[in-house]
Design a binder for this molecule. Structure first.
Ligand code: FAD
Length: 497
């Protein structure tokens, strides 16, 4: 009989630590006690402001009130990311959380559009997507719809520090114990290599049966004590630094993230209720920190309100995200640049996976292997999707963009591009968090146009096809006049009386 897991220790109080503590306690309840250790001397990364729609599931499981959540974290709505200058300078496209047209069994809407286009139609695929229409118009509402064609999938932009504090208050109310102190020693069982306890600088000992390592990029347990090893993906994703700076609130908040390509990296602009989040992700081989600061500070919508902060990173993942009785969650488990806002989602997904495979009766090889298999694929699919944006650029205006356009990429990516280019086919694996519509938008946005389409799109006559497209556009536009501006929505929804 293996040892029963009764006490979980979470190491770290950043986004990963508090999300883990909150969700584990909420779901596992009295079955476990949870102690979270964090050190004021080290602090948190404190960036990470854009999310993707599954974050709503976290809020649901935690039972959070959405209006309170928006108020407490100064959040805004995110319908999409607008990629500017990514294919060529001066052009932009959206990756929305919506989908164009109306889904049809066996034949995605874009096949009809490709057929019409080949016959001379000049409409834009995004004109059939309500998320795009509302993002462009700066509008948002939580639509109550009977027809899924009007569903607007959305996520949030929020202040990462406020989010952490909010989850901390939530977790402590549920009974999570917080201990402040610098971990100086880690005791490991000599026989099985499991972590047994942590010793803090003040001499306090924190023992546990299971440890969740949320200690950030240092990977205090998973790397420094268990020596798990790290798979480096810098040859595919050469950016290795970020510079972040907040700026004053811009007059109007748009319901999307902006991602603006520059000669050796890209910049994010994220609107929050009280300020803007900005940052530049860049390759230190191509930009010095001074050059990066010039680019970032000269490309803000509003006045900077703090000094820029440099955050070096190494793209890749821990070789095993669960090793012995330690699961690494957050930056300790690996890092993928925030181009598609996936890190907070990876935290969420790791916690859900841990709960699903929870070792109530003790850690087994089967559980850890399955956990590590799923985590590996999930990371790799996101990595591939991010690579796609770089690889398909046609900028050619700097060594950086020429290098990434000419690199050897994982075969899975070239296969996906070839399939899509040949006849618009899109495939999806279960562990790929991106839907077909995501791959579709980025491939089209980056200039891959299918040469052919699915034969089912030929079932309609030319007139029926024209009619179908016109009606779909009309239907999508129908609710728009009643949808308030994003700022009007926020003001009304977040009101407290
Ligand atoms: C530039 C940048 C932009 C990003 N943007 C996004 C985004 O838009 N969307 C998104 O989803 N994600 C984004 N991310 C990722 C997101 O910021 C992270 O996933 C998130 O902050 C998780 O951090 P963490 O909790 O793992 O680590 P950290 O925030 O680094 O926290 C580490 C914790 O460990 C504790 N600790 C470490 N060592 C010790 C010790 N010895 N003793 C005691 N305590 C210790 C620290 O005190 C701290 O509490 C971004 C990341 C970067 C770098």
């Amino acid at each position: 009989m293996k040892d029963k897991i009764q006490k979980i220790v979470v190491v770290g109080g950043g986004t990963a630590g508090w999300m883990s503590a909150a969700l584990l306690k909420r779901v596992l309840g009295e079955q476990v006690s949870i102690e979270l250790v964090e050190s004021d001397a080290i602090g948190i990364v404190g960036v990470g402001e854009a999310t993707i729609p599954p974050i709503q599931l976290v809020n649901k499981v935690l039972g959070l009130d959405e209006a309170e959540f928006l108020r407490e974290t100064k959040a805004t709505i995110k319908l999409a990311i607008r990629f500017e200058n990514w294919r060529v300078n001066g052009e932009s496209y959206y990756h929305t959380f919506g989908a164009p047209g109306r889904s049809q069994a066996f034949c995605h809407f874009h096949h009809y559009w490709v057929r019409a286009r080949q016959a001379g139609d000049t409409s834009n695929l995004w004109d059939y997507d309500l998320n795009y229409i509302c993002a462009e118009a700066g509008r948002f509402a939580k639509l109550k719809v009977d027809d899924p064609v009007w569903e607007m999938q959305y996520a949030y932009h929020f202040d990462a520090s406020l989010y952490g504090q909010y989850l901390r208050r939530y977790s402590e109310k549920l009974g999570v114990n917080r201990t402040e102190g610098l971990i100086e020693q880690v005791s490991v069982n000599a026989e099985n290599g499991h972590v047994e306890s942590l010793t803090l600088k003040n001499g306090k000992e924190v023992a546990g049966d299971f440890f969740v390592d949320c200690s950030g990029t240092r990977g205090l347990l998973i790397q420094q004590h268990l020596g798990t090893g790290y798979e480096d993906w810098g040859h595919w994703l050469p950016c290795d630094r970020a510079m972040a700076v907040p700026s004053e609130r811009f007059e109007k908040t748009v319901p999307f993230t902006r991602s603006i390509a520059h000669p050796a990296g890209w910049q994010w602009r994220i609107p929050l209720q009280h300020r803007n989040g900005n940052g530049l992700v860049y390759s230190s081989r191509h930009y010095s920190d001074d050059e990066a600061a010039d680019i970032l500070l000269n490309n803000l919508d509003s006045e900077a309100i703090a000094e820029p902060k440099i955050i070096p990173f190494r793209t890749g993942r821990a070789r095993k995200q669960w090793n012995r009785n330690v699961v690494a969650i957050g930056l300790s488990s690996g890092f993928l640049e925030p181009l598609e806002s996936t890190s907070i989602h990876l935290i969420q997904s790791a916690i859900v996976r841990l709960i699903t495979l929870f070792p109530h009766a003790g850690v087994t090889r089967e559980l850890t292997d399955e956990y590590n298999r799923q985590s590996q694929y999930e990371f790799e699919y996101i990595r591939d999707f991010i690579i796609l944006h770089y690889y398909l650029n046609e900028r050619g205006d700097s060594q950086f963009w020429r290098d990434v356009a000419n690199m050897d990429v994982p075969e899975r990516i070239t296969e996906k591009i070839q399939l899509f280019r040949a006849n618009g086919t899109l495939t999806k694996d279960n562990l790929d968090i991106f839907l077909e519509s995501s791959w579709l938008q980025v491939m089209l946005g980056q200039g891959v146009m299918p040469e052919d389409y699915h034969p089912l799109a030929d079932v309609l006559s030319a007139e029926q096809l024209r009619d179908k497209l016109a009606k779909t556009r009309e239907t999508k536009l129908q609710p728009v006049p009643q949808i308030p501006s994003h700022d009007e929505f926020l003001e009304a929804f977040c009101k407290t009386d």
